[in-house]
Design a protein. Structure first.
Length: 155
């Protein structure tokens, strides 16, 4: 059976390919206003280790799904891969792209010597399908995430 998708890293120059999927998750973000804004954001976040990986369908130039992630070191667990963003464009939902990205991220975490994979997810009825996917992938709710909006930027 032929491969239904390919998964690959996206460079800042590839920002336009990730924009539709990222807009689904972060429509109010200044970084998703345009490909140029996303490209600038990716360049600014690169020193912090932020990377984008996309899942692509044959014949579709834009990513069907995108994961934004970074490897960081925590005091309590050591080296971990943290998923900041995971989103699929609506017409590609249900085709396994997010699950394939999670499997790829598991492998990347192992390649990078990580002890764990972490992902924060918003709450609400619209997140139930995502939460089912995360649980099916073996992710557990292990903490509460607290945030506080400051004048300097979004929470």
């Amino acid at each position: 059976m032929p491969e239904l998708r390919s998964i690959r890293f996206l460079l800042p120059e590839d920002a336009a390919l990730a924009l539709p999927a990222l807009r689904e998750l972060r429509p109010a973000s200044p970084a998703t206003v345009s490909a140029a804004a996303l490209q600038a954001h990716l360049r600014a976040a690169a020193p912090e280790g932020y990377c984008l990986t996309g899942a692509f369908e044959p014949g579709r130039p834009e990513a069907a799904a995108v994961a934004g992630w970074r490897v960081l070191t925590t005091l309590w667990q050591g080296r971990v891969l943290f998923v900041d963003d995971l989103s699929t464009v609506p017409d590609a939902c249900g085709r396994g792209h997010a699950g394939a990205l999670l499997a790829w991220l598991d492998d990347e975490a192992r390649r990078s010597g990580c002890a764990a994979l972490h992902l924060d997810s918003g709450t609400g009825e619209d997140r139930r399908a995502a939460h089912r996917l995360y649980h099916a992938h073996g992710l557990n709710i292990s903490a509460h995430h607290f945030s506080k909006a400051l004048a300097a930027g979004p929470a």
